[in-house]
Ligand binder design. Sequence first.
Ligand SMILES: Cc1cc2nc3c(=O)[nH]c(=O)nc-3n(C[C@H](O)[C@H](O)[C@H](O)COP(=O)(O)O)c2cc1C
Ligand code: SF4
Length: 375
Amino acid sequence: MPRSLFDPVALGRISLPNRFVRSATWEGMCDQQGAPTDRLIHCYRRLAKEGVGLIISGYSFVSKDGKQLPGKMGLHDDTLIPSLRELTNAVHQEGGLVFCQLVHAGGQTSSKVIGTTPIAPSAIAFPSYGETPREMTQGDIRAVIEAFSESARRARDAGFDGIQLHGAHGYLINQFLSPLMNQRQDLYGGSLDNRMRFLLDVYAAVRKAVGTDYPVTIKLTASDNLPGGFAMDEALSTALKLQEAGMDAIEISSGTSASGDKSPVRQKIDSEETEGYNASFAHMIKKNLHIPVMVVGGLRSCAVMQRLLWEGSADLFALSRPFIREPDLVNHWRRDNSHRATCISCNGCFKPGIKEGGIYCVVNRIESRNSAPVI
Ligand SMILES: Cc1cc2nc3c(=O)[nH]c(=O)nc-3n(C[C@H](O)[C@H](O)[C@H](O)COP(=O)(O)O)c2cc1C
Ligand code: SF4
């Protein structure tokens, strides 16, 4: 039997009902403390009900100095566990599975948001942020590793089915990996082994906190898509080390906020040729690893995902923007796999997340306004 997008897939000790994953998506729907609102719970319930095999939460901060955008989910405090449990219960009631994505923004935030100077491996400003972060001391590094492990423990206690470390898109783990952002002279900088030390230390602390049976995964950057940045050969070595350490699955993305038209959230995905823009990276990783590989970035049609599956480029297919526009996409594809996701990759959904207390598809909004009956 040829493999299908609707096959169940084993991930660590759990089984996903199909190969479709909602890639981590900041929704901007949490309160000031980072607790999910009813609107967020409704959003996750709907995705679970509509057959998404695995929902990965929006990036959730592990400590207050790791926060970035407003309305972000918080895992930094035990008091949040009851409200997070309401979220995971809603998903489970619909028969779904949900992982929590853990992040520290590092230098990709501002003192306006966190109330103190941002921290990073080196005191180098991101072009899009302007503010020069403070170089982390050994004590800062230990504190952030501890924050990741405590947050992972909270995620498990709140009923999440697994966790995903955010090791992409220019955030702290990516900053340590990247020779452009990490110019440290100590054990955490220089050679690739040193640059990956922070990630491996985070992983080891998280694994210790949640135990061997609990799924721990990563969204790993395959490339900064910048001259002199972290690149594919280093990503492959990092992925192999993570597999050896016990990582359960790897999602492949690429780019940072500085990568221009090669950013993680690319526009102009208007043909099968422009779809799946991280697929060649994922293929390289999958060829060399035995754990499940997930690919994200511009996936819009079953024909392309089916081909990538058969070519051995990925086991799982993660989508973000298409589920904002069409939360019922998986069930739609179950009925009609010739349907192409209607998301036009305009990135208009970010703005209402900042300005209106939650993301939505602005194209849907315009279309429904235009089709309102004239009385
Ligand atoms: C509104 C929005 C919020 C996002 N938030 C996150 C996030 O919290 N964590 C993350 O890893 N990626 C985040 N992303 C990136 C997506 O997960 C994904 O990697 C990217 O959008 C490409 O996939 P797509 O073409 O299916 O949208 C976000 C993207 C969008 C559009
Ligand atoms: S606003 Fe709508 S169409 Fe535009 S990227 Fe977001 S989901 Fe897609």
